[in-house]
Design a protein. Sequence first.
Length: 234
Amino acid sequence: MLEINNLNTFYGKTQALWDVSVKTDEREVVTLIGANEAGKTTLLKSICGLKRPTSGRIEFLGKRIDGLPCNTITELGISIVPEGGRPFASMTVRENLEMGAYPNRTWKERGKRLEEIYQIFPILKGRSTQLARSLSGGERQMLAMGRSLMAGPKLCMFDEPSYGLAPMMVKELFKFVKTLNDRGITILLVEQNIKHALEVANRAYLLENGRIVLEGASEIFLKNDHVRKAYLGL
């Protein structure tokens, strides 16, 4: 579904990604792990068009997308849930969700999609007229996930979805991720809670200093001495 080959991305003269190659197959959950500033968010931004790679190639469903504007990439079926959710604070829950349906192919079906979101996240229905700023951290994250789903994505990317959430909410969050995958959505997950991420993922990539240093099935990561010592504290 998604294939990235030898991607290089800079911030000014500082290189953030070095010859990064990643792929996701349809209906997979793939997780990117690594320390802060390793380049994980930069990779997501490069995929969705928020950051222009200097060189390399990104293909989605056989179509080259690096260099395309964000709205075109969204129309093709890629959405992102940014770190912290970033809802429109002065808009209601419903208005936030409807903002996610702006692609032409989904706007006409926004009512139907809204009901589907309320089925996945029932608490949002009860909060539909509340301003987003009044929601708890967990509710804001649900809202961000729901907003991204309103666009009808084939691939959904999550950037640190558990950031700032209580442990109980973290468990619920990963249940939602699994639910979305069961509904046929491919997931690319950036997550600091590595144990939970590896438990839901089919495959993983370890990004260190902007380079992929390890890739493979989640089981390989859980057994790898470097990953266990550096990232799992085992």
